[in-house]
Design a protein around this ligand. Sequence first.
Ligand code: ADP
Ligand code: MG
Length: 326
Amino acid sequence: QDVINRIAAGEVIQRPANALKELIENSLDAKSSNIQITVKHGGLKLLQIQDNGVGIRKDDFEIVCERFTTSKLTEFEDLHKISTYGFRGEALASISHVAHLTIISKTKQDMCAYQASYVDSKLRDPPKPMSGNQGTTIIVEDLFYNMPIRKKALRSPAEEYQKISDVVSKYAVHNASIGFALKKHSESNDIRTRPKSNHVENIRTIYGNLIARELIEFSIDNSQFKFKAKGYMTNVNYSTKTFQFLLFINHRLVDCQVLKRSIDQVYETYLPKNSHPFVYMSLELDPANIDVNISPTKHEVHFLNEQQIVETITSTLETKLLGSNN
Ligand code: ADP
Ligand code: MG
C-alpha cells in the first residue's frame, strides 16, 4: 500500500518547484501577508515555507495530511477554492509520502504553537507544544529520498532552484499585496518583495527596470463570454529571447498554450525576428467553465469558449500595442 501511495504521490509532486507551488497556494489560502521560502540543494535537501496566515489548529494536525480532508477543516469552511482551483486536497498527503514532512503552526486561538512530523500521511507523534508566532511553517526535507529513480531524473540543483525561483517570482508579481522572500540556505534573499506593493513595482524588483519601464496596462471586462483579463504587457521597444508569460487563471498559476501562442503571434508582427514580449495576465473565468478534471500537475488549462476568449484578448492586446507605438 505504501508503495502504491508513493507512486501516486510522485505523480502529484513531480519536482521541488511544483511541491512549492502547492505550498504557496496553501499559504495564500490561509490569508498570509508574508511568505518566506528557504531552499537547500535545489529543494531536494530542504524546502521550507513560513507564513503568517490563520494557522492550523491543534486538533486538525491529525488530519491535514490525509487525502481529501480539505473542507472538513475548521478554519477553511468559507473558502471558495474548490470551485476556483478544482484541486483536491492532496498536496500535503502526497508530500508526506515522498519526503520528511514537519509542520509547525499556531492559530490565533491556540495559546502556543505545535509541531508535528508525518510519515506516509500519518502523524508520527502527537503534536508537541512550543513557542511561536501565528502562522504556519512547512518543512520538507529529503524530497524523493525513497524514490531514487525520480531523484535521478531531476535536473541539477541549480536548475531545480531556477524553476523554484521562477514559481516564486510569478506568485510575487500576481500577489503584490503579499511580501515574498526566497533564499538559498544561509544566503541573502534572492527575491524580496514588500507587502502592500503593486504589480509594476514587483515586476521591476524581480524582472528588472528594462521590462518595468516599457509596460502597458490592459484591462478587459467581457460580458458576452463572461471573463475579465487584466495585466501588463511590454510595448515594442522591449524584447527578450523567450516569451515570458505569467498567466493566472482565477489566481492559480497555469499554462494555456493556445493563449500563449496567439499572443506571441501578435508580437511577431511588430518585434524584430526571434524576439518576444513579457506579459503578465490575470484572467478570471466562471469556475464552472474551466475544465476541472485536469490533474494537479498538468497545469495546462482548457475552458469553455476558449477560441472566442483567446481571440478577444489577443485583438485587445494588439490594439493596445499599436496605440502605444504611435
Ligand atoms: P488543500 O489545499 O487542497 O486543502 P493540502 O493538502 O494542500 O490540500 O492542504 C490540506 C489542508 O491543510 C488545507 O486544507 C489546510 O486546512 C491545511 N493547511 C495546509 N497548509 C496550510 C497553511 N500554510 N496554513 C494553514 N493551513 C494549512
Ligand atoms: Mg493545497
